[in-house]
Design a protein around this ligand. Structure first.
Ligand SMILES: Cc1cc2nc3c(=O)[nH]c(=O)nc-3n(C[C@H](O)[C@H](O)[C@H](O)COP(=O)(O)O)c2cc1C
Length: 322
């Protein structure tokens, strides 16, 4: 590693950053390398105007990418710090130091969103002791037997009714679906048929078929089965509804997901109650949450190993050359 130039190191760090999760696997980021810095910029051409009209999920995704980058830098012996000016994140790396090896590093490339029902086995509360509150981000765990879990399950149900009755929501979701191998290879982003467990179809048929499934009843049937097999929910909330806070939520979320992965647990997102403004308000009042609900996860043990993983765009696509 002694012989790496900063540009070579930066490209390696970016290859870890892009492993981060993002809404609809839109990968809404661009990276620019300068002397001892990497600038992470939002790529607004990937924003999701219907499901994420305020760009909250976009900035959370950038926060996840930032956390991966900082964990990877730590692994390579560099300390790093970041600033956010309201538009872009500037990550500055200090010379090789004596940073401790970060045990989460190994999970960056293994983490993935679990698609399917959980095993039903309960997670012992001590196993989730890595969930921690930070200055601007609250992380709350609700075990499935709790009254709060019932409320969350109901809000997911109501969220599906609202979202799956909204043509604009369904059109946006369908635009990010990838229906066959060629379609995946052309884009290397989006929600892929094999990851979601669908058979490959020509694009034109796929769009028609998927619209038949995007109905409140079928979505709720799937979600209720997943909810009842989960052992807990985890809610991330931001103190302020600002881009700076959403980046912090993303950092805390990614750290949490890497810990989940390292602990042999599985998770899936169920963000409807955070995405639909009236449900987010209900969530705040019914669960007495003082901050702004940003991400809702379900946690459990996976039943089977994933065979396919969400693709990522090539470095040439996401790195802006100076
Ligand atoms: C802020 C945010 C919100 C998300 N919301 C949902 C969601 O509501 N439902 C869902 O199935 N996945 C959701 N995802 C997961 C993405 O679809 C997933 O990260 C992406 O497809 C890449 O797959 P991977 O996480 O396995 O790498 C969300 C991800 C992020 C970062």
């Amino acid at each position: 590693m002694e012989t790496l130039t900063f540009i070579e190191l930066a490209k390696i760090l970016i290859s870890f950053a892009v492993c981060a999760p993002s809404g609809h696997n839109s990968q809404p980021w661009k990276y620019q390398i300068s002397e001892n810095q990497i600038i992470i910029e939002p790529d607004f051409s990937k924003h999701l105007p219907v499901v994420d009209s305020t760009d909250r999920e976009l900035f959370i995704s950038l926060g996840c990418a930032l956390e991966n980058m900082q964990i990877a830098a730590n692994h390579y012996g560099y300390s790093s710090d970041y600033t956010f000016d309201g538009e872009k994140i500037v990550v500055t790396f200090s010379g090789k130091g004596n940073c401790a090896e970060d045990t989460l590093f190994a999970s960056i490339k293994n983490r993935h969103t679990y698609r399917g029902q959980f095993s039903g086995e309960r997670i012992s509360p001590e196993k989730l002791n890595f969930a921690e509150n930070q200055e601007d981000v609250t992380t709350a765990i609700f075990h499935s037997e709790s009254a709060e879990a019932q409320t969350l399950s109901r809000l997911i149900y109501e969220g599906n009714i609202i979202q799956m009755s909204d043509t604009a929501f369904k059109n946006e979701l369908t635009q990010w679906m990838r229906f066959n191998k060629r379609h995946v290879a052309q884009t290397r982003n989006g929600l892929c048929y094999n990851v979601l467990g669908f058979p490959a179809t020509p694009k034109i048929f796929g769009r028609r078929i998927i619209k038949m499934f995007l109905k409140p009843k079928s979505q709720n049937k799937t979600d209720m089965a997943v909810n009842s097999s989960a052992s807990a929910y985890c809610l991330f909330s931001a103190k302020e509804n600002t881009a700076a806070n959403w980046i912090k939520v993303g950092k805390a979320l990614e750290r949490f997901l890497l810990n989940v992965t390292a602990s042999g647990l599985a998770y899936s997102f169920s963000n409807q109650p955070c995405e639909v403004p009236e449900l987010a308000e209900q969530l705040r009042s019914e669960l007495s949450v003082n901050s702004y609900p940003s991400v809702l996860l379900r946690l459990g043990y996976g039943r089977k190993q994933a065979k396919h993983f969400a693709p990522r765009e090539e470095p040439e696509v996401v790195i802006i050359e100076n």
